[in-house]
Write a protein that binds this ligand. Structure first.
Ligand code: HEM
Length: 472
């Protein structure tokens, strides 16, 4: 009663047949025009509420944050992770303790000798040396490079050291994760969710459970060696910090235990790779194809760095144009169009409608990122969306690629640091060039739990000190 209105569902499939499977976003926009910014949709037999536009999203996830902070437990990924770790964890003590632990630990790595910034800059060196090898006309697909770099930055925080891009352990871990993600967010996962009776059959979704087990065993091996070699009070990485925390809490009632730790590590790895690397791919695609924007970034970078070789994260406040370009790439890149689904933790009301406890809630982030009333240029790539009349960097309210509220992306600070340090270092050292034989650039996005631009190739040209000086 008084549930938000929406299109009429059919038995078993709900409204799924009314959505374009390859890209349902246009259909979601159409429903919003018809039913308003808060409307209902049936995913199979499960009712869901879609939040469209920054106002409805903020009202639910921020103003009524606790009531909208749950996670579904009927999805394939929820069953895989048994709602442990952080991403799919139910709203409650375990989620809260693990989220707090992960945030504090990530923040603490921002201090001291082996700071987060240094870990990222260390990884940028490898990116640059690979780009150097390809300089002089050879076009490369940056997908692999950025994916490995993003995984390695997370790996260095979790495992204490980076891996060579050829390392067998690292390769297996990254490959198995990729295979798992492909099935876990594809059409088989949808079938798993809408037709529970099929779950016992040997269909491709069963592979996910095998992959997850392999990843778990893989991670547990490293945890085992950490247990033997760690020195209490001197944590080298996130695993050591977790083991220390487990020891501290041994006498108390705590949710810290091995299987929670493995799922947390899995979560950080999974959430922190495709998201960051796809954003970097979108960013480099736009820079290559908008040379005047690229040159303006290089000019600003050269002016701020002067004779300095390395950029620091704190330089960002002196680089409003670069900041605007990075944010604009995040806006048009629209990495997580439907965020991660939430659920209501209690029966509640939103914009006059009643929403029962346990209802799936879909924050349609994409709708805010291109909301006509909120952006100067909603439908084009234009850094002016993030600059005021004085050329200062400003972040409009509708910018929410990391979502908002109590479940806002836990890796936002890390991701922002990665994007800034990586792109500034690359632009300082190289010019990015669209290959002559590559035809017309295609900016369309491939829809998915994380969206991305299509594969493309890029050429790089090293910038000599003369070119660097000229642009100053
Ligand atoms: C450009 C990069 C990234 C984007 C656009 C992004 C976006 C998101 C979004 C939209 C959510 C869902 C929030 C919600 O449910 O309301 C999320 C959750 C999450 N992200 Fe990210 N993310 C990025 C990078 C990262 C990185 C680098 C990490 C790892 C350190 C990370 C870890 C997480 C975790 C653990 C969650 C779950 C939070 C929770 O449920 O409490 N993300 N992210």
């Amino acid at each position: 009663k008084n549930f938000p209105p929406g299109p009429t569902p059919v038995p078993l499939f709900g409204n799924l047949l009314q959505l374009d499977r390859t890209n349902p976003l246009k259909d979601l926009d159409k429903f919003a025009q018809q039913y308003g910014s808060v409307y209902s949709l049936y995913i199979g037999t499960q009712p869901a509420v879609v939040l469209t536009g920054h106002k409805a999203i903020k009202e639910a996830l921020v103003t009524q944050g606790v009531e909208f902070a749950g996670r579904p437990h009927t999805m394939l990924v929820s069953h895989l992770t048994q709602n442990k770790g952080v991403i799919m964890a139910n709203f409650g003590d375990s989620w809260q303790e693990h989220r707090r632990f992960a945030l504090t630990t990530l923040r603490n790595f921002g201090l001291g000798k082996s700071s987060m910034e240094q870990r990222i800059l260390e990884e940028v060196k490898y990116i640059c040396s690979l780009l150097e090898e390809s300089a002089g006309g050879k076009a490369i697909d940056p997908q692999y490079l950025f994916h490995q770099a993003a995984s390695n930055i997370i790996a260095s925080i979790i495992f204490g050291s980076r891996f060579s891009y050829q390392d067998e352990y690292f390769q297996t871990l990254v490959r198995t994760m990729e295979q798992l993600v492909k099935v876990a967010i594809g059409p088989w996962a949808m079938l798993y969710e809408v037709a529970p009776a099929l779950r016992i059959l040997p269909l491709p979704f069963r592979k996910c459970f095998e992959y997850f087990e392999q990843i778990k065993q893989h991670i547990l091996k490293v945890v085992g060696t950490h247990k033997m070699s760690r020195v209490p009070g001197e944590p080298r990485d996130l695993i050591d910090c977790y083991l220390e925390e487990m020891e501290k809490r041994a006498d108390q009632r705590t949710t810290f235990e091995d299987s929670q730790m493995v799922t947390l590590l899995f979560d950080l790895f999974m959430a922190g790779t495709d998201t960051t690397s796809n954003t970097l791919r979108t960013l480099t695609l736009y820079l290559m194809t908008h040379t005047y924007i690229q040159e303006r970034c290089q000019q600003e970078i050269d002016e701020v760095l002067g004779a300095r070789e390395h950029v620091a994260f704190e330089d960002r406040s002196a680089m409003p144009y670069v900041q605007a370009v990075i944010h604009e790439a995040q806006r048009v890149g629209d990495i997580a169009p439907l965020s991660v689904f939430h659920t209501t933790t209690t029966s509640t009301r939103l914009q006059g409608y009643s929403i029962p406890k346990g209802t799936i809630v879909i924050p349609y982030l994409s709708s805010a990122l291109r909301e006509e009333s909120q952006w100067k240029f909603p439908n084009e790539f234009n850094p002016q969306n993030f600059l005021n009349e004085n050329g200062e960097f400003v972040k409009p309210d509708a910018f929410m690629p990391f979502s908002v509220g109590s479940r806002v992306c836990l890796g936002e600070s890390l991701a922002r640091m990665e994007l800034f340090l990586i792109i500034v270092t690359i632009l300082r050292r190289f010019s990015l060039i669209w290959p002559e034989d590559a035809g017309v650039p295609d900016f369309s996005l491939i829809f998915g739990a994380t969206q991305s631009v299509k594969p493309y190739r890029l050429c790089v040209q090293p910038r000599t000190p003369e070119t660097t000086k000229k642009s100053q």
